[in-house]
Design a protein around this ligand. Structure first.
Ligand code: MTE
Length: 314
């Protein structure tokens, strides 16, 4: 972001589903190439090299782009509470304890509540969804998230007619989050959405990725995932959700209003003041690719912004 700035998955922990999928796929490919027994002999190395969540559309929201590896997703992060370097969150988040966890939901709603996350999880339906994610600095990843639509929560708490926006807040624990002892940003980290953006079926509250609980560096135990917006809208380790009448402040807009707006929709036609947003580098790839409007999710979200000047509402 503005300031320039190990959790590895052992092979033994690859989920059975992935192992099964990779083994089946490998045997199918090897079989169709007439490799037979030779292929079976090299299978373990092949599996290690393909340590990936299976690519391919299962649900209506999935992309069929190649999925990034668990290692890429969990060692190249932005989470300034643990430092400003991409490797800092994986190195410094070990002391953070996300269990137990409570989230306060309040403001313009009929049913304010404090949920214990573990109890809440027991009564909610979770889905795996493969989303393209695009960061404002020009890199992107494809991540198999586990979560539930934010709309499910919004429907439970019944917003009043005054609720126009949703404000989110990250936990403040400087003893566990060393970055919060330094003024990289104003703490706690805050973010916001319009209520209709929050209700869009693509907007997830994620509790996991790669079929496992979220690692600390990725925002344990609960974070926002909004695939058509730049990554900084995806606030991590959320403790408070407040429904409000007026557009709430957001951390990066407070830090640099000319560079980071409230909407922050992925838009190849609106440059960041210091760099172009036309292309992106998918982690693990050499050549850049063209950035897609709304990160490729126009069909699902373009209607939210009809009539708005996206040059001004960046
Ligand atoms: N949330 C908090 N609390 N603190 C942060 O520094 N960084 C944001 C976002 N959420 C950030 C945060 C930015 S800039 C990005 S790009 C994404 O998290 C990165 O998510 P990832 O590291 O899981 O890919």
């Amino acid at each position: 972001m503005l300031i320039r700035q190990k959790d590895e998955l052992p092979s033994s922990e690859i989920t059975p589903e992935r192992l099964y999928y990779n083994r089946r796929e490998f045997i199918r490919l090897a079989g169709s190439a007439g490799l037979g027994l030779v292929a079976q002999a090299v299978l373990p190395e092949q599996l290690a090299a393909q340590e990936r969540w299976p690519k391919g559309r299962k649900g209506p929201f999935d992309t069929d782009d190649e999925v990034n590896t668990y290692k890429e997703i969990t060692t190249y992060n932005n989470f300034y509470e643990f430092g400003t370097d991409k490797s800092d969150p994986a190195s410094n988040a070990g002391r953070f304890n996300p269990k137990p966890w409570t989230i306060r939901i309040e403001g313009e709603i009929k049913k304010p509540a404090t949920y214990n996350l573990e109890d809440f999880i027991k009564t909610s339906k979770f889905e795996d969804r493969i989303y393209r994610m695009r960061c404002v600095e020009g890199w992107s990843m494809v991540i198999p998230w586990r979560g539930f639509p934010l709309a499910d929560l919004v429907n439970k708490v019944e917003p009043t007619s005054k609720a126009k926006f949703v404000a989110f807040e990250t936990v403040y624990r400087p003893e566990e989050m060393p970055g919060q002892k330094r003024p990289f940003l104003r703490w706690p980290y805050v973010e916001g959405l319009r209520v209709d953006e929050a209700m869009n079926p693509l907007t997830l509250l994620a509790t996991g990725l790669y079929g496992k609980d979220l690692p600390n560096q990725n925002g344990a135990p609960l974070r926002l995932v909004i695939p058509w917006k730049y990554g900084f809208k995806g606030i991590k380790s959320i403790v408070k959700i407040r429904f409000v009448e007026k557009e709430p402040p957001t951390s990066w807009n407070l830090a640099a209003p000319d560079e980071y707006g409230f909407y922050s929709n992925v838009n190849p036609n609106v440059d960041h003041p210091r760099w172009s947003q036309k292309t992106e580098r998918r982690l693990g790839e050499f050549f850049k690719r063209k950035t897609l409007m709304f990160n490729g999710y126009s069909d699902q979200v373009a209607h939210l912004y009809s009539g708005m000047d996206l040059m001004k509402n960046y």
